[in-house]
Ligand binder design. Structure first.
Ligand code: GAL
Length: 366
């Protein structure tokens, strides 16, 4: 859990923005709710010197001092690069300098690396035209190369693979040391993007677990024109998916409503549940889906989500308790409402409004 600069600052991010984000993670209570990584995304890179050593650009005058500052706040610092010669924003990538870059990150005190395919894709296509297996091999090798370089530094760093799910990365991500891997193209701060990416996670639960997670991309909670219902749906669904929670909003404009959504302890507890089993989709009918996941205490989390547009949609839905693994003796709590509901009968019907999520936590009796 943490915060990343891209979704709000994009290519405008500066050292001052990152320091302020660190301050605000502490003062807002987000750090204490679990958001500890402060991740600088693309556009921090400057040029390599004659020895090939990369320097940060003028927006990041002292990376080591920045890491020290972030660490002094009880936080960790993340950084970004690409296995290609250029990043997606066309800054310097790590191709041919993997060990040098990994050593540089370690010397600064970096704790997290997001490694974004970007221009390596062009190289894959150029080096092995029309040969998909060979292209994929080039990609695997590139991710493995940085994995080995990171290991060689001796400094533990979370290794975040970003290649948009190509070649079913969930099947080979752990082999190249990935602690998390993006499963889709980029998220954006609009409901359709969130709904599309959320729904695309169906079938992927079995590939994730402690230490290696599916990453449906960073949170847009608090960005764009998302309503409170949409922010709750986004956060609630990402918690069901056991997704890495990397907030991407402007913390200098954090409203009490957005703060309450991001720091809801019961929602975070579902996301971070030690069993580490993401939800699977157990029911889908039109815009309505039900997702369920088992929890370490023997209970279940169940989410009923309405992705539809119909304002007047009020047809009651049963919870499909059997498929969700809920037995009749379990008691339910409406997590976003903070309300205990007691036991639920398999015939009980629930109505979930447009762009809303009903997030329930079931506990064993006694
Ligand atoms: C994209 C990536 C984004 C962001 C961006 C930076 O490829 O998916 O999350 O990192 O590059 O240029």
């Amino acid at each position: 859990m943490g915060w990343n600069s891209w979704n709000w600052f994009a290519d405008h991010v500066t050292q001052e923005d990152v320091k302020r984000a660190a301050d605000l993670l502490v003062s807002s209570g987000m750090r204490d709710a679990g958001y500890v990584y402060v991740n600088i995304d693309d556009t921090w890179q400057g040029k390599r010197d004659q020895n090939g050593v990369l320097h940060a650009n003028e927006k990041f005058p002292d990376m080591k001092a920045l890491a020290d500052y972030v660490h002094s706040k009880g936080l960790k610092l993340g950084i970004y690069s690409s296995p290609g010669d250029q990043t997606c924003a066309r800054y310097e990538g790590s191709l041919g300098h993997e060990q040098q870059d990994a050593d540089l990150y370690a010397s600064w005190g970096i704790d997290f690396l997001k490694y974004d395919l970007c221009s390596l894709r062009r190289k894959m296509l150029a080096d092995a035209p029309g040969n998909k297996p060979k292209q994929n091999e080039i990609m695997h090798d590139a991710y493995e190369k940085m994995h080995q370089a990171l290991l060689k530094t001796g400094r533990p760093m979370v290794y975040s693979l970003c290649q948009y799910g190509y070649d079913a990365v969930w099947q080979w991500g752990p082999e190249v040391g990935g602690n998390m891997w993006r499963t889709t193209e980029d998220i954006s701060a609009d409901f359709n993007s969130i709904a599309l990416i959320g729904r695309q996670q169906a079938g992927l639960a079995k590939y994730a677990g402690p230490g290696h997670w599916n990453d449906p991309d960073m949170l847009e909670v608090g960005n764009g024109q998302l309503t409170a219902d949409e922010n709750r749906l986004h956060m609630g669904m990402w918690a069901m998916l056991a997704a890495p929670l990397l907030a991407g909003n402007n913390l200098t404009k954090l409203t009490p409503e957005v703060s309450a959504i991001l720091t809801n302890r019961e929602v975070i507890a579902i996301d971070q549940d030690p069993l580490g089993k993401p939800a699977e989709r157990i029911f889908a009918e039109g815009p309505i889906e039900i997702w369920a996941r088992p929890l370490a205490d023997g209970g279940r989390a169940v989410a009923v989500i309405n992705f539809g547009e119909d304002e007047n949609f009020l047809r009651g839905i049963t919870l499909h308790l059997k498929e969700a693994g809920v037995d009749g003796s379990m008691t339910a709590r409406d997590v976003w409402a903070g309300k205990d509901l007691g036991t639920i009968d398999e015939h009980d019907r629930f109505s979930v409004k447009r762009h809303c999520i009903l997030l329930l936590r079931f506990r064993k009796a006694g």
